[in-house]
Design a protein. Structure first.
Length: 273
């Protein structure tokens, strides 16, 4: 049995992200999505198949480490967390990307509008910061061709805007196999300036030998409303994953003997990310 305990503390009196989805009259407000690059519209008005996971849903009793956590809510998407941080998740959208042995292929990835997919079609999501995310959009079907060829789907993560005033939040999580995660977020809005900065640290000893992983991440967004019709947004994102170990795969016979074991080649060659 795997055990994970999550705790969070917020040093602010303002409502959390996502609570403004309900108006004062008790009716749901329209969800705005961006199924086409640079064009925002209401989800009901777009002919594309788009699902939205709010920031509040991503952070509610979640570890906030792997994108497989919020993607479990999206139909038509399979996100396999192989507990191998050297090879990342395996994500498929309606079958696209199911044959990828590592990384994400056949699916376009974006973080705050910045492509996270390389020209050869491979992308990684290690730098996606769930602690400061405002929403996650998943586009399925043929409309994903608007983002380029060989794309069976599009996954876009958007950093939330700071709320009026100042918000300071911190969170910590821990679990079995040496899992621990800490993050600190500083956000707010003063005058023409809006900001959201989050720093996170994650570490695990791994379920198997030679599967230890450490990830340090920083995500920051600064927006300046220069004029009523003009705004400038600065985005900074960094991730550091030093010596993330890869235990390699096991044959059925090796797994039957000891699921915690590691292939001898992993120890001989010190395989890692």
């Amino acid at each position: 049995m795997r055990l994970t305990v999550v705790a969070a503390a917020a040093l602010a009196t303002l409502p959390a992200f996502g609570q403004n989805a309900v108006s004062s009259e008790g009716t749901l407000r329209p969800i705005v999505v961006t199924p086409t690059p640079g064009v925002a519209q209401q989800a009901f008005d777009t002919p594309a198949s788009v699902d939205v996971v709010t920031g509040e849903q991503m952070r509610n009793a979640q570890l906030q480490v792997n994108l497989s956590e919020p993607l479990a809510r999206v139909p038509g998407v399979v996100a396999l967390n192989r507990q191998n941080y050297a090879q990342d998740l395996q994500i498929s959208v309606r079958g696209f990307g199911a044959r990828s042995t590592f990384g994400v292929r056949g699916i376009r990835l974006y973080s705050d509008g910045i492509p996270a997919t390389m020209p050869d079609g491979q992308g990684q999501i290690s730098h996606f910061d769930l602690s400061s995310a405002g929403r996650l959009e998943v586009l399925r079907g043929p409309f994903s061709a608007l983002y380029g060829n060989s794309s069976g789907g599009v996954i876009s993560l958007f950093t939330a805007d700071g709320l009026p005033g100042v918000q300071v939040e911190g969170g910590v999580a821990f679990g079995s196999d040496g899992v621990q995660r800490e993050n600190a977020r500083f956000a707010g809005e003063q005058g023409a300036w809006n900001w959201n900065v989050d720093a996170a640290h994650f570490h695990t000893d791994g379920f198997r030998e030679h599967s230890e992983a450490t990830r340090n991440g920083l995500n920051a967004k600064l927006r300046w409303q220069a004029a009523p019709s003009t705004r400038v947004t600065f985005v900074a994102n960094a991730v550091d994953m030093p010596d993330v170990q890869d235990p390699l795969g096991l044959t059925p016979e090796q797994y039957a003997r000891d699921p915690h074991s590691t292939d001898a080649a992993a120890l001989t060659f010190n395989t890692r990310k």
